[in-house]
Design a protein around this ligand. Sequence first.
Ligand SMILES: Nc1ncnc2c1ncn2[C@@H]1O[C@H](COP(=O)(O)OP(=O)(O)OP(=O)(O)O)[C@@H](O)[C@H]1O
Length: 232
Amino acid sequence: MTDLLIEARAICKSFRQGEVAALAIQQLDLQIRRGEFVAITGPSGCGKSTVLHLLGLLDSADSGQLKLAGIDVSTLSMDQRSRIRNQHIGIVFQAFHLIDRLSVYDNVALPLRHRGWKEQQIRPLVQQCLADVDVGHRQDFFPSQLSGGQQQRVAIARALVTDPDLLLLDEPTGNLDSKNGDSVLQLLQRLHQQGRSIVLVTHDARYARCASRQIQLLDGRLLSDQQRQEVA
Ligand SMILES: Nc1ncnc2c1ncn2[C@@H]1O[C@H](COP(=O)(O)OP(=O)(O)OP(=O)(O)O)[C@@H](O)[C@H]1O
């Protein structure tokens, strides 16, 4: 098994805005190893979410090569990309995207039900994931009965229940107050210590510093790429 989880080479992505195509990502080279906790930062419009969407196979690059867990995903069809995404990637968004009419338990069980798993296989995994993110005591609640921080932790449990190779988060603390934001960051640090591979998009420098590696973008290009200096 390759140690490299993400290998992006010369990735370009543009968006058409009327007559002109605006370059959102320009010649991006990026390698991410298993077990890294990478924060992507930079000013508004620099391309953070675009990179996350490309890594999450929610969108495709105009040119360049992207390998995920050794698989070249650059030339795959939408269906093949969806299958690989379901197998390898968990994604968390700023707005949680939980289903309000389903309980916490059922929200987290959903990805496994889509796989056609039996309830007796699903139950222990869902309960373990909810316990891991400290919302086990809320499994029969509905999302609207939870705090923002609890809802985001449920969204993280749902992203983790399939045991993905890579957890991607797009501004997961953006809708949270600082107390709830801090608790989500502590959870991400704990998941990283347990060996999870994480890519976090954030404009919050304090949270970016919690990651083991910080990547700064500017105008769709890589501005800096730094490992965190561990205190001796
Ligand atoms: N669907 C789209 N259609 C047109 N332009 C887009 C689209 N998505 C992104 N862009 C453009 O691409 C550039 C990068 O956008 P992106 O959302 O990746 O930036 P960002 O760093 O995540 O910004 P923010 O911090 O404000 O969320 C911006 O100029 C944006 O306007």
